[in-house]
Ligand binder design. Structure first.
Ligand code: CP
Length: 311
């Protein structure tokens, strides 16, 4: 089976069959990663550049590890240490890198749509979106879905709550696209100023501003960080007040009288959107999400490389 696309720009562009194919391929790679020898030579002749114009810990390391586990040659590019600081454009930078015979580009950029721009100008190179502005973070949604399936058995019919800064979260948008396509139910919770009306209307999603009621409804709570770096206006009174209304605490979880799965894409702001005893507790699968990210990204790169060879 093959993907219906040559790039991974967003979950928006994927079909349910594409998502299922990525998740089942990731399961096979997860099994490879349990072996003493964790490498397969599937991408031995492929060269991949990791083009990060924005900071990252998990995504960048996870992609690099996935590439190395598949036997690809990898190049890491950091915008702050490059000729971007001398005024070079995104397209010039990428064209220069590609002239050195690079097959795939993994890109994170603060501008929404930057990977789509590259895909339009470089149709013969596979572009993988590692997070673009406030638009999408497709591999995060895929690894979140893989982790839910692993813990809860399936996505179909699962009640998934996204809590927090929906407005500035590319993780939220990718999760909404994916969960809806795969038959899960989605609810949003957070301050009204951080839940845009257009998302509620465009996706026909339930919004519950009372966090306790929202937690009582869900099977899985995916807790999102307040993206202060993307906010240029005051959208809530203080982090202390945010924690009092929307912080997930162990006291709150005990009060709902059932076990739910706790997720967070990271980085965590402990004591703001989630307390430490919840993040590190038995209901949390936060570190499993990170572990699964490598297998999911191996699957994405492997499947796209199949398309690249045919381009
Ligand atoms: N989840 C995530 O994208 O984390 P990083 O910003 O550290 O890559």
């Amino acid at each position: 089976m093959q993907l219906s696309t040559n790039h991974l720009l967003g979950i928006k562009e994927l079909s349910p069959q594409d998502i299922s194919l990525i998740l089942s391929t990731a399961q096979q790679f997860k099994e490879v990663l349990q072996r003493p020898v964790k490498k397969v030579p599937s991408l031995r002749d492929i060269t991949i550049v990791n083009l990060f114009y924005e900071n990252s810990t998990r995504t960048r390391i996870s992609f690099e590890l996935a590439e190395k586990r598949l036997g690809a040659d990898t190049i890491n590019f950091s915008a702050s240490a490059s000729s971007v600081s001398k005024g070079e454009t995104l397209l010039d930078t990428v064209n220069n890198i590609l002239s050195m015979k690079v097959d795939m580009v993994v890109m994170r950029h603060s501008a929404s749509g930057a990977p789509h721009f590259l895909a339009r100008h470089l149709p013969g190179t596979a572009i993988v979106n590692a997070g673009d502005g406030i638009n999408e973070h497709p591999t995060q949604a895929l690894l979140d879905a893989f982790s839910i399936q692993e813990r809860a058995g399936s996505l179909e019919g699962k009640k998934v709550l996204l809590v927090g800064d929906i407005m500035h979260s590319r993780v939220a948008l990718s999760n909404i696209y994916l969960l809806k396509k795969m038959g899960a139910e989605v609810m949003l919770s957070g301050p009204p100023t951080l839940i845009p009306v257009y998302i509620k209307q465009a996706f026909d999603i339930r919004v519950e501003y009372d966090l306790k009621k929202a937690l009582e409804w869900c099977d899985v709570a995916n807790i999102l960080r307040i993206q202060l770096e993307r906010q240029n206006q005051v959208l809530f009174s203080s982090l202390r007040e945010y924690n009092l209304s929307y912080g997930v605490t162990s006291k709150l979880l005990r009060s709902i009288g059932k076990e739910i799965i706790i997720m967070h894409p990271g980085p965590i702001n402990r004591g703001v959107e989630i307390d430490s005893d919840v993040a590190d507790g038995t209901q949390s699968i936060i570190l499993q999400q990170v572990e699964n990210g490598v297998a999911v990204r191996m699957a994405v790169l492997y499947l796209l490389a199949g398309q690249t060879i045919m381009m």
